[in-house]
Design a protein around this ligand. Sequence first.
Ligand code: UD1
Length: 354
Amino acid sequence: MVNSPVRLLIAASGTGGHLFPALAVAEQLSDYQIEWLGVPNRLETQLVPEKYPLHAIAVEGFQQRLGFGSLRILAGLVGSIQACRKLLKTGQFQGVFTTGGYIAAPIILAARSLGIPVILHESNAFPGKVTRLFAPLCTVAAVGFEAASERLSRAKTMYAGTPVRGQFYEPQACDLPIPQGVPVVVVVGGSQGAIAVNKLVREAAPAWFETGAYVVHLTGENDAEADSLQHPQYLAMPFYNNMAGLFQRATLAISRSGAGTLTELAITQTPAILIPYPFAADDHQAYNAAIFAETGAAEVYRQADLTPQLLKTKVLELLHDPERLGQMRSKMSALAVPDSSERLAKIVRQVVKG
Ligand SMILES: CC(=O)N[C@H]1[C@@H](OP(=O)(O)OP(=O)(O)OC[C@H]2O[C@@H](n3ccc(=O)[nH]c3=O)[C@H](O)[C@@H]2O)O[C@H](CO)[C@@H](O)[C@@H]1O
C-alpha cells in the first residue's frame, strides 16, 4: 500500500524575515503536502500562491500593553483560533510549522487544542512576544541564534540557524550595471526599507563615490525622497529580488539588523555596518546586531548616535582597509549555518510523521 503524503500547514506571514525562512524549509519537504496560512494583503499573497495553496485569516497583533484595545484583540484572537481549528480539521493537517509573529498565536493554540504537533522557528536573538508566550506549548522551538534558547527556558529548544533562499548557496550573477572590480556598498533597510537610514546614506554617499565605489540603495516603497540623489555611481530602487547576487558582489553592506538580512550576510560573508531599527519590539534588532559586533563580523551604531559625517567616515575607513574587511568576512562566515533549512526539515520530519 502506498502511504499518502504527510499534510503540513505552514503559518508564516508579513515580512520577508518571516516568509523566506519558511519557504526555504518548505522546499526541503517536497514529499510533504504543504498548505499555507497567512493574513490578507501581506507579502505572502505575492510570494506563496504560485507554490502552495494559501489560506488567509485576519489576525491583529497584540504588541500594545493590556487595556481596552487588548480586549478587542482578545475577542479577535478567539475568533482566529476557531477559524484555525476549522482549517486544521477540514484540511486534516498532521502538523504545523510556523515562524512566529501574529499568525502564530491562534494556530499554535488551535493545533495544541487538537493534539497536533507544532514546530516554531524563532529567528531573532531576543524572541518575539508570541514566541516567548507560546513556545512552551510547541513540540519544538527551533532557534536561529543560540542566545534565544536562554530566553526560552520553559520550551524545548533546538539550535538550527535561520534558513535563507536557495540562490544564496550558488554563485549568482548580479545584473546591475556595475563595472568589474569597483567597490560596492549595498544599503538595505529590511524588507520595508528604512527612511532614517536612507537620509543618512544620501548625505554621506558623495564622499564614497570619490573612491570609485558604487552604491546600491534599496530604499523601500515609502521614501518620498528616494529620487533626490542622482549620480552615475548611485543605483536606487525600492526593492530588489536578487539579494544573493547583490550581497555576493558587495564589498560592504549598511543594513538594519533583522534576522533575515543578518543570516544572508553571514552566508555571503559580507562585512556590514549595522544600524538596528530603534523601534523594533523589545529592541530585538539590537540583540541580533550585538552577536555580530561581539565576534567582529560587523560594526554596530545606534541610529540616535549616527550622523551623516560619522557614517561617511566609518565607510571610508573600511573601504580603505582591505585587511579589516577580510577579517570581517571570515567572522561573518563563522556565524553562518549553511544547512539550516536541512536541520529544520529534519526536525519537522522527526515531529510530523504520517
Ligand atoms: C522592522 C522589524 O521589526 N523587522 C523584523 C522583520 O524583518 P524584515 O523582514 O523587515 O527584515 P529581515 O532582515 O529579517 O528580512 C528582510 C528580507 O527581505 C529581503 N529583501 C530586502 C530588501 C530588498 O530589496 N529585497 C529583499 O529581498 C532580504 O534579503 C531579507 O531576506 O522580521 C525579522 C525576523 O523576525 C526581524 O528580525 C526584524 O526585526
